[in-house]
Design a protein. Sequence first.
Length: 449
Amino acid sequence: MTLSQPGKDVVTWADDPAHFSRPSRRDFIRVGVCGALGLTLGDLLKLEARSEQKFYESKEGQAKAIIHVDLPGGMAHQESLDPKPEAPLEYRGPFGVAKTNVKGVVLNENFSQLAKITDKLTIVRSIAGKEADHGRASYAMYTGYRKSPAIEHPAMGAVVSHEFGSKHNMPPYVAVPNATEYGGTGYLASQFGPFGIGSDPGRSGYQVRDLMLPAGVDDQRFTKRQKIRDVVDDHFRKLASKAEALGAMDEFYHRAYAMISSPAARDAFDINKEDGKTKSLYGDNEAGMRMLLARRLVEAGVRFVTVTYGGWDHHAGIENAMRRQAPTLDMALAGLIRDLDQRGMLDSTIVMLTSEFGRTPKINATAGRDHYPRVYSMLMAGGGLKKGLVYGSSNSTASEPEENPVRIEDVLSTVYHQVGINSDKELMAPGARPIEIIDGGEVVKDLLA
Protein backbone atom coordinates (compact mmCIF):
# COMPACT_ATOMS: atom_id res chain seq x y z
CA MET A 1 0.00 0.00 0.00
CA THR A 2 1.32 3.45 -0.85
CA LEU A 3 0.35 7.01 -0.18
CA SER A 4 1.43 9.74 -2.57
CA GLN A 5 1.05 13.44 -1.97
CA PRO A 6 1.93 16.19 -4.45
CA GLY A 7 5.43 17.48 -3.83
CA LYS A 8 6.26 14.73 -1.27
CA ASP A 9 7.97 11.38 -1.42
CA VAL A 10 5.86 8.25 -1.54
CA VAL A 11 5.26 6.78 1.91
CA THR A 12 4.84 3.00 2.07
CA TRP A 13 3.39 0.79 4.79
CA ALA A 14 6.79 -0.85 5.22
CA ASP A 15 8.47 2.53 5.78
CA ASP A 16 6.08 3.78 8.46
CA PRO A 17 3.08 1.58 9.41
CA ALA A 18 2.06 3.98 12.17
CA HIS A 19 1.60 6.71 9.57
CA PHE A 20 -1.52 4.94 8.39
CA SER A 21 -3.09 4.41 11.79
CA ARG A 22 -2.56 7.54 13.88
CA PRO A 23 -4.75 10.56 13.07
CA SER A 24 -3.01 13.87 12.63
CA ARG A 25 -3.83 17.10 14.47
CA ARG A 26 -5.32 18.36 11.18
CA ASP A 27 -7.66 15.33 11.07
CA PHE A 28 -8.88 16.07 14.61
CA ILE A 29 -9.49 19.72 13.76
CA ARG A 30 -11.37 18.77 10.62
CA VAL A 31 -13.62 16.29 12.41
CA GLY A 32 -14.24 18.87 15.15
CA VAL A 33 -15.28 21.47 12.61
CA CYS A 34 -17.61 18.93 10.97
CA GLY A 35 -19.36 18.30 14.28
CA ALA A 36 -19.65 21.97 15.17
CA LEU A 37 -21.27 22.78 11.86
CA GLY A 38 -23.55 19.77 11.86
CA LEU A 39 -21.73 18.24 8.89
CA THR A 40 -20.87 14.62 8.35
CA LEU A 41 -17.46 13.68 7.04
CA GLY A 42 -19.18 12.85 3.75
CA ASP A 43 -20.57 16.39 3.60
CA LEU A 44 -17.11 17.83 4.13
CA LEU A 45 -15.56 15.65 1.47
CA LYS A 46 -18.24 16.77 -0.98
CA LEU A 47 -17.49 20.41 -0.20
CA GLU A 48 -13.79 19.77 -0.73
CA ALA A 49 -14.49 18.10 -4.08
CA ARG A 50 -16.52 21.11 -5.18
CA SER A 51 -13.78 23.49 -4.10
CA GLU A 52 -11.31 21.59 -6.26
CA GLN A 53 -13.69 21.44 -9.22
CA LYS A 54 -12.55 23.16 -12.41
CA PHE A 55 -15.17 25.80 -13.06
CA TYR A 56 -15.52 28.07 -16.08
CA GLU A 57 -18.58 30.24 -16.44
CA SER A 58 -20.47 29.47 -19.63
CA LYS A 59 -21.43 32.55 -21.62
CA GLU A 60 -23.25 32.51 -24.93
CA GLY A 61 -20.80 32.44 -27.80
CA GLN A 62 -21.32 33.25 -31.46
CA ALA A 63 -23.45 30.15 -31.91
CA LYS A 64 -26.73 30.46 -30.04
CA ALA A 65 -28.13 27.10 -31.14
CA ILE A 66 -27.06 23.73 -32.52
CA ILE A 67 -28.94 21.46 -34.92
CA HIS A 68 -27.40 18.00 -34.76
CA VAL A 69 -28.48 15.81 -37.68
CA ASP A 70 -27.61 12.22 -36.81
CA LEU A 71 -27.60 9.41 -39.39
CA PRO A 72 -27.89 6.12 -37.49
CA GLY A 73 -26.02 3.14 -38.84
CA GLY A 74 -22.87 4.68 -40.26
CA MET A 75 -23.11 6.46 -43.62
CA ALA A 76 -20.35 5.61 -46.10
CA HIS A 77 -17.91 8.49 -46.50
CA GLN A 78 -17.05 7.25 -50.03
CA GLU A 79 -20.70 7.53 -51.10
CA SER A 80 -21.16 10.97 -49.56
CA LEU A 81 -18.54 13.55 -48.55
CA ASP A 82 -15.26 11.90 -49.58
CA PRO A 83 -15.59 10.20 -52.99
CA LYS A 84 -12.49 8.69 -54.59
CA PRO A 85 -13.12 8.95 -58.34
CA GLU A 86 -9.52 7.98 -59.21
CA ALA A 87 -9.51 4.81 -57.10
CA PRO A 88 -10.14 1.32 -58.56
CA LEU A 89 -13.81 0.39 -58.91
CA GLU A 90 -13.87 -1.86 -55.85
CA TYR A 91 -12.81 1.14 -53.75
CA ARG A 92 -14.59 4.05 -55.39
CA GLY A 93 -17.98 2.34 -55.55
CA PRO A 94 -20.84 2.63 -58.05
CA PHE A 95 -21.28 6.41 -58.19
CA GLY A 96 -19.75 9.38 -59.91
CA VAL A 97 -19.17 12.84 -58.46
CA ALA A 98 -20.86 16.22 -58.27
CA LYS A 99 -18.62 19.25 -58.77
CA THR A 100 -19.05 21.84 -56.05
CA ASN A 101 -18.84 25.63 -56.09
CA VAL A 102 -15.47 25.37 -54.29
CA LYS A 103 -12.61 24.88 -56.70
CA GLY A 104 -11.17 21.38 -56.72
CA VAL A 105 -13.76 19.91 -54.34
CA VAL A 106 -16.21 17.19 -55.35
CA LEU A 107 -18.93 15.32 -53.47
CA ASN A 108 -20.71 12.10 -54.31
CA GLU A 109 -23.20 12.55 -57.14
CA ASN A 110 -26.11 11.87 -54.74
CA PHE A 111 -25.37 15.16 -52.97
CA SER A 112 -25.79 17.62 -55.82
CA GLN A 113 -27.70 20.18 -53.72
CA LEU A 114 -24.99 20.34 -51.07
CA ALA A 115 -22.48 20.68 -53.90
CA LYS A 116 -24.16 23.96 -54.86
CA ILE A 117 -23.64 25.44 -51.38
CA THR A 118 -20.27 23.94 -50.43
CA ASP A 119 -18.97 27.49 -50.05
CA LYS A 120 -21.15 27.66 -46.88
CA LEU A 121 -19.97 24.30 -45.48
CA THR A 122 -17.17 23.05 -43.25
CA ILE A 123 -16.28 19.47 -44.20
CA VAL A 124 -13.85 17.35 -42.18
CA ARG A 125 -12.56 14.32 -44.09
CA SER A 126 -10.15 13.00 -41.48
CA ILE A 127 -12.24 11.94 -38.48
CA ALA A 128 -10.23 9.23 -36.72
CA GLY A 129 -12.52 7.01 -34.69
CA LYS A 130 -11.89 3.99 -32.48
CA GLU A 131 -15.20 2.16 -32.19
CA ALA A 132 -16.66 -0.22 -34.79
CA ASP A 133 -19.69 -1.15 -32.70
CA HIS A 134 -22.88 0.86 -33.32
CA GLY A 135 -23.67 1.50 -29.66
CA ARG A 136 -20.17 2.35 -28.54
CA ALA A 137 -19.53 4.57 -31.55
CA SER A 138 -22.83 6.40 -31.11
CA TYR A 139 -22.08 6.95 -27.43
CA ALA A 140 -18.74 8.52 -28.35
CA MET A 141 -20.37 10.74 -30.98
CA TYR A 142 -23.00 12.04 -28.55
CA THR A 143 -20.81 12.43 -25.46
CA GLY A 144 -17.16 12.63 -26.53
CA TYR A 145 -16.30 9.68 -24.27
CA ARG A 146 -15.71 5.98 -24.78
CA LYS A 147 -18.47 3.95 -23.16
CA SER A 148 -17.69 2.75 -19.65
CA PRO A 149 -19.54 0.44 -17.24
CA ALA A 150 -18.55 2.77 -14.37
CA ILE A 151 -20.41 5.92 -15.41
CA GLU A 152 -22.76 7.26 -18.04
CA HIS A 153 -21.84 10.64 -19.53
CA PRO A 154 -24.29 13.34 -20.64
CA ALA A 155 -24.91 13.97 -24.32
CA MET A 156 -24.03 17.36 -25.76
CA GLY A 157 -27.66 18.50 -25.75
CA ALA A 158 -27.97 17.76 -22.04
CA VAL A 159 -24.79 19.72 -21.29
CA VAL A 160 -26.06 22.72 -23.27
CA SER A 161 -29.38 22.47 -21.40
CA HIS A 162 -27.53 22.32 -18.07
CA GLU A 163 -25.30 25.30 -18.84
CA PHE A 164 -27.82 27.69 -20.40
CA GLY A 165 -31.35 26.58 -19.52
CA SER A 166 -34.51 27.51 -21.39
CA LYS A 167 -35.29 30.58 -23.45
CA HIS A 168 -38.65 32.04 -24.52
CA ASN A 169 -40.59 29.29 -22.70
CA MET A 170 -39.06 26.69 -25.00
CA PRO A 171 -37.36 23.50 -23.82
CA PRO A 172 -33.61 23.93 -24.26
CA TYR A 173 -33.13 20.45 -25.76
CA VAL A 174 -35.52 18.81 -28.22
CA ALA A 175 -35.29 15.48 -30.06
CA VAL A 176 -36.99 15.10 -33.45
CA PRO A 177 -38.87 12.85 -33.73
CA ASN A 178 -37.81 10.98 -30.57
CA ALA A 179 -34.99 10.88 -28.05
CA THR A 180 -32.24 8.39 -28.86
CA GLU A 181 -30.65 5.90 -26.49
CA TYR A 182 -27.42 7.87 -26.43
CA GLY A 183 -28.83 11.39 -26.18
CA GLY A 184 -29.63 11.29 -22.46
CA THR A 185 -28.47 13.16 -19.37
CA GLY A 186 -25.94 10.64 -18.06
CA TYR A 187 -24.92 11.67 -14.55
CA LEU A 188 -26.75 15.02 -14.80
CA ALA A 189 -30.26 15.44 -13.40
CA SER A 190 -33.10 14.18 -15.56
CA GLN A 191 -34.49 17.71 -15.95
CA PHE A 192 -31.76 18.41 -18.53
CA GLY A 193 -32.92 15.63 -20.82
CA PRO A 194 -34.44 16.03 -24.29
CA PHE A 195 -38.07 16.78 -25.00
CA GLY A 196 -39.03 14.10 -27.52
CA ILE A 197 -41.93 15.25 -29.65
CA GLY A 198 -43.17 11.68 -30.08
CA SER A 199 -44.43 12.22 -33.61
CA ASP A 200 -42.97 12.61 -37.08
CA PRO A 201 -43.61 15.99 -38.72
CA GLY A 202 -43.11 14.32 -42.11
CA ARG A 203 -46.13 12.05 -41.68
CA SER A 204 -49.86 12.66 -41.67
CA GLY A 205 -51.40 12.94 -38.25
CA TYR A 206 -48.36 14.69 -36.81
CA GLN A 207 -49.13 16.07 -33.36
CA VAL A 208 -46.75 16.88 -30.55
CA ARG A 209 -47.58 14.85 -27.47
CA ASP A 210 -48.51 16.63 -24.23
CA LEU A 211 -48.52 20.04 -25.90
CA MET A 212 -52.24 20.72 -26.29
CA LEU A 213 -54.79 21.12 -23.49
CA PRO A 214 -56.85 17.99 -22.76
CA ALA A 215 -60.39 17.89 -24.07
CA GLY A 216 -62.77 19.80 -21.81
CA VAL A 217 -60.02 21.92 -20.19
CA ASP A 218 -60.08 25.59 -21.22
CA ASP A 219 -57.43 28.21 -20.42
CA GLN A 220 -59.19 29.38 -17.25
CA ARG A 221 -59.48 25.87 -15.83
CA PHE A 222 -55.89 25.15 -16.82
CA THR A 223 -54.63 28.23 -14.92
CA LYS A 224 -56.64 27.27 -11.83
CA ARG A 225 -55.16 23.76 -11.87
CA GLN A 226 -51.67 25.20 -12.16
CA LYS A 227 -52.18 27.40 -9.07
CA ILE A 228 -53.49 24.44 -7.06
CA ARG A 229 -50.50 22.35 -8.06
CA ASP A 230 -48.11 25.13 -7.04
CA VAL A 231 -49.54 25.03 -3.50
CA VAL A 232 -49.11 21.24 -3.31
CA ASP A 233 -45.59 21.47 -4.73
CA ASP A 234 -44.59 24.06 -2.16
CA HIS A 235 -45.77 21.79 0.65
CA PHE A 236 -43.81 18.77 -0.54
CA ARG A 237 -40.77 20.86 -1.36
CA LYS A 238 -40.56 21.89 2.29
CA LEU A 239 -40.79 18.25 3.36
CA ALA A 240 -38.21 17.00 0.86
CA SER A 241 -36.14 19.95 -0.21
CA LYS A 242 -33.18 17.77 -1.22
CA ALA A 243 -35.07 15.29 -3.37
CA GLU A 244 -33.61 15.52 -6.86
CA ALA A 245 -36.51 13.66 -8.44
CA LEU A 246 -39.01 16.16 -7.04
CA GLY A 247 -36.92 19.06 -8.30
CA ALA A 248 -36.64 17.50 -11.74
CA MET A 249 -40.39 16.86 -11.96
CA ASP A 250 -41.06 20.38 -10.75
CA GLU A 251 -38.85 21.73 -13.55
CA PHE A 252 -40.60 19.50 -16.12
CA TYR A 253 -44.05 20.67 -14.99
CA HIS A 254 -43.10 24.33 -15.09
CA ARG A 255 -41.69 23.96 -18.60
CA ALA A 256 -44.79 22.09 -19.69
CA TYR A 257 -47.08 24.77 -18.25
CA ALA A 258 -45.02 27.49 -19.93
CA MET A 259 -45.20 25.76 -23.30
CA ILE A 260 -48.89 24.94 -23.15
CA SER A 261 -49.81 28.42 -21.99
CA SER A 262 -47.66 30.17 -24.61
CA PRO A 263 -49.17 30.46 -28.10
CA ALA A 264 -45.72 31.26 -29.52
CA ALA A 265 -44.26 28.08 -28.02
CA ARG A 266 -47.11 25.95 -29.34
CA ASP A 267 -46.82 27.54 -32.76
CA ALA A 268 -43.12 26.69 -32.98
CA PHE A 269 -44.01 23.00 -33.20
CA ASP A 270 -46.74 23.57 -35.82
CA ILE A 271 -45.22 22.69 -39.17
CA ASN A 272 -48.42 23.77 -40.94
CA LYS A 273 -47.53 27.40 -40.22
CA GLU A 274 -45.00 27.14 -43.06
CA ASP A 275 -46.05 27.93 -46.62
CA GLY A 276 -45.69 25.58 -49.56
CA LYS A 277 -42.68 27.41 -50.97
CA THR A 278 -40.65 26.89 -47.81
CA LYS A 279 -41.67 23.26 -47.57
CA SER A 280 -40.60 22.68 -51.15
CA LEU A 281 -37.17 24.12 -50.33
CA TYR A 282 -36.64 21.28 -47.85
CA GLY A 283 -38.68 18.61 -49.61
CA ASP A 284 -42.13 17.64 -48.34
CA ASN A 285 -41.02 14.31 -46.85
CA GLU A 286 -39.69 12.91 -43.58
CA ALA A 287 -36.19 14.31 -43.93
CA GLY A 288 -37.39 17.72 -45.09
CA MET A 289 -40.08 18.22 -42.48
CA ARG A 290 -37.86 17.09 -39.62
CA MET A 291 -35.23 19.66 -40.56
CA LEU A 292 -37.80 22.35 -41.21
CA LEU A 293 -39.18 21.75 -37.72
CA ALA A 294 -35.63 22.00 -36.34
CA ARG A 295 -35.28 25.45 -37.91
CA ARG A 296 -38.63 26.55 -36.45
CA LEU A 297 -37.55 25.37 -33.01
CA VAL A 298 -34.18 27.16 -32.90
CA GLU A 299 -35.87 30.26 -34.29
CA ALA A 300 -38.29 30.11 -31.34
CA GLY A 301 -35.52 29.71 -28.73
CA VAL A 302 -34.58 26.02 -28.50
CA ARG A 303 -30.83 25.78 -27.95
CA PHE A 304 -30.16 22.23 -29.13
CA VAL A 305 -32.15 20.08 -31.55
CA THR A 306 -31.24 16.51 -32.44
CA VAL A 307 -32.72 15.26 -35.71
CA THR A 308 -32.37 11.58 -36.57
CA TYR A 309 -33.04 10.34 -40.07
CA GLY A 310 -32.81 7.06 -41.97
CA GLY A 311 -30.82 3.89 -41.49
CA TRP A 312 -27.35 3.83 -43.05
CA ASP A 313 -25.99 0.41 -42.09
CA HIS A 314 -25.46 -0.70 -45.68
CA HIS A 315 -23.71 -4.06 -45.47
CA ALA A 316 -25.41 -5.06 -48.71
CA GLY A 317 -26.88 -3.30 -51.75
CA ILE A 318 -25.33 0.07 -50.99
CA GLU A 319 -26.08 1.47 -54.46
CA ASN A 320 -29.86 1.06 -54.23
CA ALA A 321 -29.91 2.12 -50.58
CA MET A 322 -28.03 5.35 -51.26
CA ARG A 323 -30.14 6.15 -54.33
CA ARG A 324 -33.23 5.78 -52.15
CA GLN A 325 -32.11 7.80 -49.09
CA ALA A 326 -29.32 10.18 -50.05
CA PRO A 327 -31.25 12.57 -52.37
CA THR A 328 -33.90 13.37 -49.74
CA LEU A 329 -31.20 13.95 -47.13
CA ASP A 330 -29.27 16.10 -49.61
CA MET A 331 -32.26 18.30 -50.38
CA ALA A 332 -33.37 18.63 -46.76
CA LEU A 333 -29.94 19.51 -45.41
CA ALA A 334 -29.18 21.97 -48.20
CA GLY A 335 -32.63 23.49 -47.69
CA LEU A 336 -31.97 23.90 -43.97
CA ILE A 337 -28.65 25.66 -44.53
CA ARG A 338 -30.08 27.90 -47.27
CA ASP A 339 -33.08 28.79 -45.12
CA LEU A 340 -30.95 29.64 -42.08
CA ASP A 341 -28.71 31.76 -44.28
CA GLN A 342 -31.60 33.64 -45.89
CA ARG A 343 -33.08 34.39 -42.45
CA GLY A 344 -29.78 35.66 -41.10
CA MET A 345 -29.56 32.75 -38.66
CA LEU A 346 -26.69 30.71 -40.08
CA ASP A 347 -23.92 32.67 -38.36
CA SER A 348 -25.58 32.04 -35.00
CA THR A 349 -26.58 28.40 -35.58
CA ILE A 350 -24.30 25.40 -35.99
CA VAL A 351 -25.59 22.60 -38.21
CA MET A 352 -23.72 19.37 -37.57
CA LEU A 353 -24.16 16.20 -39.67
CA THR A 354 -22.76 13.05 -38.05
CA SER A 355 -22.81 9.28 -38.38
CA GLU A 356 -21.15 6.95 -35.91
CA PHE A 357 -18.46 5.72 -38.31
CA GLY A 358 -17.69 5.26 -42.01
CA ARG A 359 -17.58 2.13 -44.14
CA THR A 360 -14.84 -0.23 -45.28
CA PRO A 361 -12.60 0.85 -48.19
CA LYS A 362 -13.61 -2.06 -50.44
CA ILE A 363 -17.07 -3.00 -51.63
CA ASN A 364 -17.81 -6.42 -50.10
CA ALA A 365 -19.21 -9.61 -51.64
CA THR A 366 -22.81 -8.46 -51.07
CA ALA A 367 -22.26 -5.12 -52.84
CA GLY A 368 -22.11 -3.20 -49.57
CA ARG A 369 -19.58 -1.86 -47.08
CA ASP A 370 -19.00 -2.89 -43.48
CA HIS A 371 -18.25 -0.89 -40.31
CA TYR A 372 -15.08 1.18 -40.44
CA PRO A 373 -14.07 3.70 -37.76
CA ARG A 374 -10.46 4.44 -38.74
CA VAL A 375 -11.36 7.35 -41.02
CA TYR A 376 -14.63 8.98 -42.05
CA SER A 377 -16.19 12.39 -42.66
CA MET A 378 -18.38 14.98 -40.96
CA LEU A 379 -20.13 18.08 -42.23
CA MET A 380 -20.79 21.29 -40.33
CA ALA A 381 -22.01 24.77 -41.21
CA GLY A 382 -22.56 28.14 -39.54
CA GLY A 383 -21.95 29.32 -36.01
CA GLY A 384 -18.64 31.03 -36.74
CA LEU A 385 -17.02 28.05 -38.47
CA LYS A 386 -14.91 28.65 -41.55
CA LYS A 387 -17.01 28.53 -44.72
CA GLY A 388 -16.02 26.66 -47.87
CA LEU A 389 -13.42 24.64 -45.97
CA VAL A 390 -12.48 21.01 -46.55
CA TYR A 391 -10.24 20.13 -43.63
CA GLY A 392 -8.00 17.09 -43.48
CA SER A 393 -7.97 14.25 -45.96
CA SER A 394 -7.99 10.49 -46.23
CA ASN A 395 -5.59 8.52 -48.40
CA SER A 396 -6.29 7.41 -51.98
CA THR A 397 -8.53 4.52 -50.91
CA ALA A 398 -10.28 6.35 -48.04
CA SER A 399 -8.83 3.85 -45.57
CA GLU A 400 -6.60 6.05 -43.35
CA PRO A 401 -6.30 9.72 -42.41
CA GLU A 402 -3.62 11.32 -44.55
CA GLU A 403 -3.59 14.92 -43.32
CA ASN A 404 -4.79 16.53 -40.08
CA PRO A 405 -6.54 13.65 -38.28
CA VAL A 406 -9.30 14.88 -35.98
CA ARG A 407 -10.75 13.04 -32.98
CA ILE A 408 -14.42 13.08 -32.02
CA GLU A 409 -13.59 14.80 -28.73
CA ASP A 410 -11.87 17.59 -30.69
CA VAL A 411 -14.93 18.15 -32.88
CA LEU A 412 -17.24 18.35 -29.87
CA SER A 413 -14.84 20.62 -27.98
CA THR A 414 -14.81 22.95 -30.99
CA VAL A 415 -18.60 23.06 -31.12
CA TYR A 416 -18.79 23.65 -27.35
CA HIS A 417 -16.30 26.50 -27.77
CA GLN A 418 -18.52 28.16 -30.36
CA VAL A 419 -21.58 28.10 -28.09
CA GLY A 420 -19.59 29.47 -25.15
CA ILE A 421 -18.82 26.35 -23.10
CA ASN A 422 -15.29 25.42 -22.08
CA SER A 423 -15.14 21.63 -22.49
CA ASP A 424 -12.47 21.45 -19.75
CA LYS A 425 -15.11 22.50 -17.23
CA GLU A 426 -15.92 19.86 -14.64
CA LEU A 427 -19.52 18.97 -13.86
CA MET A 428 -20.42 17.19 -10.65
CA ALA A 429 -21.32 13.51 -10.90
CA PRO A 430 -22.84 11.43 -8.07
CA GLY A 431 -20.51 10.89 -5.16
CA ALA A 432 -19.17 14.46 -5.46
CA ARG A 433 -17.03 13.37 -8.38
CA PRO A 434 -16.07 16.22 -10.72
CA ILE A 435 -15.80 15.11 -14.36
CA GLU A 436 -14.69 17.15 -17.36
CA ILE A 437 -17.31 17.77 -20.04
CA ILE A 438 -14.76 16.40 -22.51
CA ASP A 439 -11.60 14.69 -21.32
CA GLY A 440 -8.64 15.89 -23.37
CA GLY A 441 -10.60 17.46 -26.22
CA GLU A 442 -8.94 20.33 -28.06
CA VAL A 443 -10.48 23.15 -30.08
CA VAL A 444 -9.53 22.77 -33.74
CA LYS A 445 -8.70 26.41 -34.40
CA ASP A 446 -8.28 25.85 -38.14
CA LEU A 447 -12.04 25.22 -38.33
CA LEU A 448 -12.88 28.66 -36.92
CA ALA A 449 -13.51 31.71 -39.07
